[in-house]
Design a binder for this molecule. Sequence first.
Ligand code: AGP
Length: 606
Amino acid sequence: MCGIVGVTGSSQAASVLLEGLKRLEYRGYDSAGLAIARPGGPVVYKEEGKIRNLEARLDGEDLSGTCGIAHTRWATHGAPNQINAHPHLAGKVAVVHNGIIENHNALKVQLGKKGRIFRSETDTEVLAHLIDDFYKGDLVEAVQLALGVVEGAFGIAVIHSDEPDLIVGARKGSPLVVGVGDGVNYLASDVSAILEHTRQVIYLDDGEMVTLRPSGIATMNINNEAITKEIQEITWDLSQIQKGGFAHFMLKEIFEQPRTIRDSFRGRILPESGDVKLGGIQLTDWELRNIRRIIILACGTSFHAGLVGEYMLEEYAHIPVEVEYASEFRYRSPIIEAGTLCLVISQSGETIDTLEAMREAKRKGAKVLGITNVVGSTIARESECGVYIHAGPEIGVASTKAFTSQVTILGLITILLGRRGHINADRGTKMLRELDKIPDLVQQVLDHSDRIMEIAKVYAHHRNCLYLGRGVNFPIALEGALKLKEISYIHAEGYPAAEMKHGPIALIDPQMPVVVIATKDGSYDKIVGNVQEVRARSGKIISVVTEGDEEIAKLSDHVITIPDTMNFWMPLLSVVPLQLLAYHIAVLRGEDVDQPRNLAKAVTVE
Ligand code: AGP
């Protein structure tokens, strides 16, 4: 997630901006920059990589100035490099921006026809030119006019050298907070950037704007109607703020999922035609229609997302799919025939096993499509085309929000392929309209977190756990088991429920908690039998069921209900209770949830 800092009225504006950016480093970023307002035009410094690279660039420069804006960038459009870093300049306007402007390409064409030249690949530079194009001496008006034609999500800070002590901020979908000082005022995407200067803050809501001058602050809506906002006192300390008030990054990221799932399909679905648009997939409709086989390459949680994708693609796109542990694939002699598409899934985009497996698949002639979260990562750069999941930086080592965003993207790819095959418009529309409801349904599951913690208290000190699921719930069982083992160090196994009688049933006893994902789907009656087998052996049953279920609930020791939805999207809901169960058990065991022992966020060594 990008970071924004602004200050006006400070004799040390540049150092306030730099210190503020450092407070935002925890959010993850790939470049940083700042702009200082000056009469002749804002002076802009920006560098790829860490803030220390920006500091080195600033060394010896004249940084005088009392008003400026700054930014740490998490790339969404355009590679992470110096040109694409913010602030972006157009004329005497400098802009920093969080979010995604969905119609930036169309706006870029219109502005290009007016002779405007673009240097970067970003949507933000388009916004800077748009504001400059509307500017007739009133920056607030120019920003309002520009935002009136922009579609998408944004949090922005804007300065103009003809109004040197003014910062204009606006919010729609990306947070902005105002810091109220005495003769100095601040703007940021996150309180942690300004906490050392003031604890008096104003949180902007969507559709709201703010003007900051040393003399004071004014808040209005995007239609320039004045609004009154309450000044709040911040009582948190810095470490709490960086986790958004959550105890751990992992919990924060679990609770971000309603937003991150929506961000993964934002601007990519066409419900009216039941189709999707994935700009990064440079394959023609003919190529899409002639895919004869799909191989999915991944590791860990990404591998489990791939297994969900297998069910999606085979059932709805009617294409044979194999999901391979990347570490095994790369050392086998895989057969790659014409018409083979490799989907390479990796949150970090740097996992060495996945990277080398992708290279092996390319060597043997497969078309390669990357599904990654980190823009400009090695896998993103080396795959011929790809889709970014837009989950924002995932800081907890145990992957949660990336998993649900990966599954969402696999669903969109399924619809893309299916609509060029067996899915008709009506079915595509139904699938996409249901997807649009998923973020709210995920929120309903998250609202049960306290109840799940009560269950965690019963099993926090058990030594083993078995996860069972059928059909698309089998990969969810695997993912739930991985979550538990990697942060609580309890031995947990995921198994196809039907497979239990071929061995694992020997493990069942009163000391063996069994988590059964038993949502209403085609194999529901079968899994009832599996639950009865566990019960007959005094196993302890924690079941994840669809709201209204009574049959399995009767047989279970603990029941977690989730809302009903299409089976196609059900994994996005059924995984969430398992993420929370693992989290609460690990916390009760006093383990280091965000940095579990022996694990790395990206396994870049063999
Ligand atoms: C998941 O919680 C683990 N941290 C791990 O299995 C991870 O999914 C795996 O290492 C793959 O990482 P990637 O998605 O960045 O390639």
